[in-house]
Write a protein that binds this ligand. Sequence first.
Ligand SMILES: Nc1ncnc2c1ncn2[C@@H]1O[C@H](COP(=O)(O)OP(=O)(O)O)[C@@H](O)[C@H]1O
Ligand SMILES: [Mg+2]
Length: 324
Amino acid sequence: MSLLNVSELHVHFPASTSWLGMRSRWLKAVNGVSLNLEQGEILGLVGESGSGKSSLGKAILCLNETHGGKIVFDGTDVTAGKRGDIQRLRHETAMIFQDPYTALNPRLSVGETLREVLQIQRKCPPERIVERVEELLRLVGLPVEIASRKPQSLSGGQCQRVGIARALAVEPRLIVADECISALDVSIQGQIINLLLELRQRINLTLLFISHDLSVIRRICDRVAVMYMGQIIEEGPVEAIFNHPLHPYTAALISAIPQLDPSQALPPHPLPGEPPSPMQLPAGCTFHSRCRYAQSVCANTQPPTRYLKSRRYSCVLEETQFKN
Ligand SMILES: Nc1ncnc2c1ncn2[C@@H]1O[C@H](COP(=O)(O)OP(=O)(O)O)[C@@H](O)[C@H]1O
Ligand SMILES: [Mg+2]
């Protein structure tokens, strides 16, 4: 059984209301996403800014309201709204947020932040809490003296590591890591990546790793899902996708990485033109307006999802028609 199974998930945000207040418009941040995560697996989630990655990550942990679809965590449908099920989800999962400063409570010292989690989640007996806080700080490479400091006196990198320590304090089975190393120095990025990989080995940690850095994705993920306008347009094993993308959008992302510099992140606009407005999604394939292979059918018909061994992609093109 998979640890996480998401099917046809939708997340909408109210975008604006007309002047009569009658008709509110909705922004479809996540628009029918399905994905699966096995225990111990690392799934990368990539896509341009605004494609819905953070909204999806938060929705999976029930931190965002959903508007259709199902999230099954460890055999339990957490979208059914039972309080006990959501509490168990909170107990067994954690999120590492994108922005290290806003993710921490500015009034609490680092030590208090970690103690609070350990107490609320009852992860360790009261007499062991001090020791466990020190252990967590060491685990993420922070000096134990930092426990008495408040977030505003720390660097971005230190804050991010406190965020990671807080996530680990939960001893989660699933972590959603949202751009959790993008703001860090390369050497610290390496340390955090090694730490996550080690945890996977040691506690069979399952990770949804959101990042725009394709080289990091390639290094640590087993599989990768590519998101565009709230949908997953391609998904499969990392090496298969990097070596032989099947969706024209994935191909454009990958071909935009300069060959000589594998550490290059995703360019802000890997393709000519802007993505369409998420408030007015086009009919047909959401990518057709920027696709060099678009046919007339793409403008008004949803592309089929094609399954091919352990991968899938949504496009009218068959594998044999696609020339990179
Ligand atoms: N709380 C919110 N309220 C309204 N719109 C939001 C909110 N959060 C995200 N959005 C919108 O949803 C879309 C997807 O955003 P997001 O999930 O943050 O994408 P990504 O993480 O891929 O950059 C964007 O158009 C963004 O402006
Ligand atoms: Mg984001």
